[in-house]
Design a protein around this ligand. Structure first.
Ligand SMILES: *Cc1c(COP(=O)(O)O)cnc(C)c1O
Length: 461
């Protein structure tokens, strides 16, 4: 669309609505106490604006709901599979399209088929489930970001880039132990920091030189393409669709959680070019996911995904999507709220250590901020810091702490409007104004793995 006016609007109108859970402050105080001060345990009806994740939380279009009605529920070789296969082949150029119930199932099948114990899988940054699946087969997951890219304050346009010098060194040392190189677009760990096309091309060249296949973790391929168009010199005149196609053309295969840029609530994909690898993956898939033409999904889910993959590259949608992240970032920045810079594709990260410098890492400043946002305004964010990534020190008094204490506010797709964002900005602003009152927490109970999801906490006085 031509842009004569500066307001970037939501490029849709609303046909079906879902009431929000309106609560009072007193109710929220009781709810968070009941949840042991861990927002993962809050029941949905007590959350007003839910920014816990953008995974499977978006709104489908009328066209997607309509497509679901013509979903073909035939067990083997359903029409809906061939429709999805054609859309994915057109977009990505891969030969073999294997649906899975979500992204981690595609990862599990790929890594258990392709990796051996003792091997090493380099990446710009492994997503949690990706790392867990690499380590499950006894291989090592290595993250190779550029120095400074994990520092929240540096303002680099492509903080998701894989450091090609580090990769070159690793391939020269251990090339024969590297079953694949994996590039995550966008880098989820940093709030959706993009990977440049120039970087992907350079990684491709290195992979060619050492004869190693290149895979994408393509959960946010459309947001990455849009940020390339916006930020990379020489790419501004291309369409997001054209850029996304070039990114896929540079790889030998991909895993994808369709719950992000697939614009669906459940689903995943494994895309491959190697026929022998595809056959081995399909054989494994039958054990865990089902027949290879439905991979754990219903026919209607395949239809919704085929439609979603086309809608997500609409440039009015992508412009609005990035504008809403940017809008929240800019307004909070004006208030002085410390955040990870620049804003990524799907989230804003508040630097909780800088927000509440009086709370040490081992008293969970991120938890303190998340809980204050909830009690203040019913907004649910998530701590990405020492609660999530730290662990208890068996001998000392304090936890081994994380490098960064962040709070992620993640935006579901096509779900909230600008007035919801204005409200969010007010809530963060109110907590920021009273930040000196924020109190630390201690863990009352925790499990050995993924403690952030289940831990019980207690506020310190
Ligand atoms: C969500 C996500 C996954 C895992 O996908 P699920 O659908 O949640 O299983 C893998 N990689 C990235 C980058 C993701 O964002």
């Amino acid at each position: 669309m031509e842009h004569r006016f500066s307001t970037i609007i939501e490029p849709f109108r609303i046909k079906s609505v879902e009431p929000l859970g309106m609560t009072t402050r007193v109710q929220r105080q009781a709810a968070i106490e009941e949840a042991n001060w861990n927002v993962f345990k809050l029941h949905a009806e007590s959350v007003l604006i839910d920014l816990l994740t953008d995974s499977g939380t978006g709104a489908m279009s009328a066209a997607q709901w309509a497509a679901m009605m013509i979903g073909d529920e035939t067990y083997a070789c359903a029409r809906s599979f061939y429709k999805l296969e054609k859309v994915v082949r057109d977009l990505t150029g891969v030969q073999f399209v294997i649906p899975t119930h979500q992204g981690r199932a595609a990862e599990h099948i790929l890594f258990t088929t392709l990796c051996q114990p003792g091997q090493v899988v380099p990446s710009n940054s492994h997503f949690d489930t990706t790392r867990a699946n690499v380590e499950f087969v006894g291989a090592q997951a290595v993250d190779l970001l550029y120095d400074g890219a994990s520092d929240p304050r540096t303002d680099m346009p492509f903080k998701g880039d894989l450091d090609v010098r580090k990769l070159g060194r690793l391939l020269a040392d251990r090339g024969s132990d590297v079953p694949l190189v994996l590039v995550t677009i966008t880098n989820n760990r940093g709030g959706g920091q993009p990977v440049s096309l120039g970087n992907l091309r350079a990684v491709r060249d290195l992979c060619n030189e050492f004869g190693v296949p290149l895979f994408l973790d393509a959960a946010r391929f459309a947001e990455n393409a849009w940020l390339i168009k916006m930020r990379e010199p020489g790419q501004g005149d291309r369409t997001a669709s054209d850029i996304a196609r070039e990114c896929f053309s540079l790889c030998d295969g991909f895993t994808m959680s369709a719950k992000k840029d697939g614009l669906v609530n459940i689903g995943g994909l494994l895309g491959l070019n190697d026929p022998e690898l595809a056959e081995r993956c399909r054989t494994r898939l039958i054990l865990t996911e089902g027949f290879p033409t439905y991979g754990g999904l219903a026919g209607r889910d395949l239809e919704a995904l085929a439609q979603g993959l086309q809608e997500v590259l609409d440039e009015d949608y992508l412009a609005y999507r990035h504008a809403s992240v940017r809008y929240v970032f800019d307004r909070l920045d004006q208030l002085g709220v410390p955040m990870m810079r620049p804003p990524g594709g799907h989230a804003v990260y508040i630097d909780a250590a800088a927000f509440a410098p009086h709370i040490p890492a081992w008293q969970y400043p991120g938890v303190s901020l998340v809980n204050a946002l909830y009690v203040e305004g019913g907004v649910r964010g998530v701590e990405v810091g020492t609660l999530m990534f730290g662990r208890p020190d068996p001998d000392g008094h304090h936890d081994f702490t994380a490098n960064l204490e962040l709070v992620r506010l993640t935006f579901p797709r096509r779900t909230y409007t600008q007035s919801h964002m204005d409200y969010l900005i007010e809530v963060v602003g109110a907590v920021w104004a009273n930040r000196a009152q924020l109190k630390g927490y201690r863990i009352a109970e925790q499990r050995a793995v993924l403690r952030g999801f289940t831990a019980s906490l207690l506020p310190l006085d």
